[in-house]
Design a protein around this ligand. Structure first.
Ligand SMILES: Nc1ncnc2c1ncn2[C@@H]1O[C@H](COP(=O)(O)OP(=O)(O)OP(=O)(O)O)[C@@H](O)[C@H]1O
Ligand code: NI
Length: 418
C-alpha cells in the first residue's frame, strides 16, 4: 500500500482570466506533505507560490479559477464530519462517481460496520461551507504581514479566544450579540477560550502573556505580532499550517528566533508546515523537503540537504548561486540573468529555457518530465539536460556550454543565524 500523504496536490492548475489574457499561475503542480514534516516551496517573486497557498486554502481570489487538478486533504475525522454534513458530496474512491466534481468527500476505506476508515476532502472542489469547516481547524495560514490579518479593534487575547470559540465549540456563543458584549466589556477572563488564548501566547514565547493578551495589535512589535498570528493559527491545533513568507518583514535575528520556535511548535502540536519563501536561507534552516517553483511549475524536488548539497535543475543552481551565504557574506553572488516571465501564454516548453545557460532548441519544444537526478530517492528535476537518459536524449543536438554541474553549497548554509 502506498503511503497516505496528509496533503496531496495532483496536477493543479490555477488560472486568472485578465484583460491581458489567461495568467496560468499554477501550471500542473504536484506536491505532497506528510504529517509533521516541514516542506518548503521556494522560487522567485511571481512564480505562483502564494497562488498555490490560496488554492490549498480555497481562497483563490476573483477572477481565479481551478480548471484542473485536485487537492486531497486526508483526515479521517474531518471526512466523517463532512460526510455527515454534506451527504450529497460523498463518493467512494472506487466508484465512477468519484470523478463527479460535486463529490468532494471521497471515501477510500470503510470498516466492517460501514464506518469511514480512510478518505480525503478534495479542497479544489469543496463547497464554501466545507472549506470554512476545514480552514482554521484543519488547515491554518500565516501571512507575511500580520497587521492585515489581525483586527485592530480587538485585543490580541480576544481575537485568539474568538478563533478558539469558532472552531472548537467550547460552549460559548459566537452570536453577534455576544461579540458586541465582549467588545464592550472584554472577554470573560476566566473563560476556557480566554485561558487557551493566554496559553497560546505563552507557547509562542510572548512574555507576560496575561498582560499582553489584553493589548491591541498596534501595541505589539512586528515580531510579537507575527508570534500572535502564529498563536492564533495554531490555537485549534491544525494538521497543516501554510506559512507564506512568515518572517520576511522581520529583521534577521527575530526571523531566526521565530523560525526556531515554529520548528519546536511543529513538534508540540504535531502540525505539518508548508513553508513558502523566496529566501533559500529560510528553507535551509527549517525544511525537511523542498519544492522549487519557477513560472507556475515545480522544477525540482528533494530533501533539503540533498537540494543544497547536490542541486540539479539549472534554475535551482542559479538560485543558489545568486544567494549570499551566511558563512561568507562577502563572497560574490551571481544573479540569474533576466526575469520571471509573464505567466500569460508562455510559448516555450521549459519555462526556464530563455534564462538557462544550458538550453538547447529541444528545451523550447519538448515538455520536460520529472526524472530521478540525485543521490537520494525522491530527488527529481524537470529538465531534459538531467538524469540518466539526458545524454542519449540530446545526441545530435548542438554543443552545450560546460557547467560546473552541482555547485556545492556550504554545509552550514543558512545554518545557525545569530
Ligand atoms: N488576483 C489575481 N489576478 C490576476 N493575476 C494574479 C492574481 N493573483 C496572482 N496573480 C498572478 O499570478 C502570478 C503568481 O503570483 P504569486 O503571488 O503567486 O507569486 P509568488 O511566487 O507568491 O511571488 P512573491 O514571492 O512575490 O510573493 C503573478 O503573475 C500574479 O500577477
Ligand atoms: Ni507570494
Amino acid at each position: 500500500m502506498t503511503a497516505q500523504h496528509l496533503l496531496e496536490v495532483d496536477g493543479l492548475r490555477t488560472e486568472f482570466y485578465t484583460e491581458r489574457g489567461v495568467v496560468t499561475a499554477n501550471d500542473g503542480v504536484d506536491l505532497t506533505i506528510d504529517r509533521g514534516e516541514i516542506v518548503g516551496l521556494v522560487g522567485e517573486s511571481g512564480s505562483g507560490k502564494s497562488v498555490l497557498a490560496q488554492a490549498l486554502m480555497g481562497i483563490v481570489e476573483d477572477p481565479g479559477v481551478i480548471p484542473d487538478g485536485e487537492v486531497k486533504f486526508r483526515s479521517t475525522a474531518t471526512v466523517r464530519e463532512l460526510a455527515e454534513r454534506f451527504p450529497n458530496a460523498v463518493a467512494d474512491a472506487d466508484d465512477p462517481d468519484a470523478d463527479d466534481p460535486d463529490a468532494f468527500v471521497v471515501v477510500e476505506e470503510r470498516d466492517a460496520s460501514g464506518e469511514i476508515a480512510a478518505g480525503y476532502v478534495d479542497l479544489a472542489h469543496a463547497s464554501d461551507a466545507a472549506l470554512q469547516h476545514v480552514r482554521g481547524s484543519d488547515i491554518a495560514m500565516v501571512f507575511q504581514d500580520p497587521m492585515n490579518s489581525l483586527n485592530p479593534t480587538l485585543t490580541v487575547g480576544e481575537q485568539i479566544a474568538e478563533t478558539v470559540r469558532l472552531h472548537q465549540d467550547v460552549g460559548e456563543s459566537v452570536s453577534l450579540g455576544a461579540e458586541f458584549k465582549r467588545k464592550l466589556f472584554g472577554a470573560a477572563k476566566n473563560s476556557q477560550a480566554w485561558r487557551r488564548a493566554v496559553e497560546m501566547l505563552e507557547a509562542v514565547s510572548i512574555p507576560e502573556p496575561e498582560r499582553r493578551a489584553e493589548e491591541f495589535p498596534h501595541e505589539f512589535s512586528g515580531g510579537m505580532r507575527q508570534r500572535a498570528m502564529i498563536a492564533m493559527a495554531l490555537s485549534c491545533e491544525p494538521d497543516l499550517l501554510v506559512a507564506d513568507e512568515p518572517t520576511t518583514a522581520l529583521d534577521v535575528t527575530i526571523q531566526a528566533q521565530i523560525l526556531d520556535e515554529l520548528e519546536d511548535l511543529k513538534d508540540v502540536f504535531d502540525t505539518a508546515i508548508l513553508m513558502i519563501t523566496h529566501d533559500l536561507a529560510v528553507v535551509a534552516e527549517t525544511c525537511d523537503r523542498v519544492n522549487v517553483m519557477y513560472a507556475g511549475e515545480i522544477v525540482e524536488r528533494a530533501s533539503a540537504s540533498e537540494l543544497f548539497g547536490n542541486p540539479q535543475h539549472p534554475y535551482t543552481q542559479g538560485l543558489i548561486a545568486s544567494t549570499p551565504r551566511m558563512s561568507d557574506p562577502d563572497a560574490e553572488v551571481e544573479p540569474i540573468p533576466g526575469n520571471v516571465p509573464d505567466l500569460v501564454d508562455i510559448p516555450y516548453a521549459c519555462h526556464f529555457a530563455p534564462r538557462c545557460p544550458e538550453a538547447t532548441r529541444e528545451c523550447y519544444e519538448i515538455e520536460p518530465d520529472f526524472r530521478d537526478v540525485g543521490r537520494t530517492e525522491g530527488h527529481v528535476a524537470a529538465c531534459l539536460r538531467r538524469g540518466d537518459d539526458a545524454d542519449a536524449h540530446l545526441e545530435g543536438t548542438r554543443e552545450v556550454a560546460e557547467t560546473d554541474g552541482g555547485r556545492v553549497i556550504d554545509a552550514d548554509f543558512g545554518g545557525d543565524a545569530q
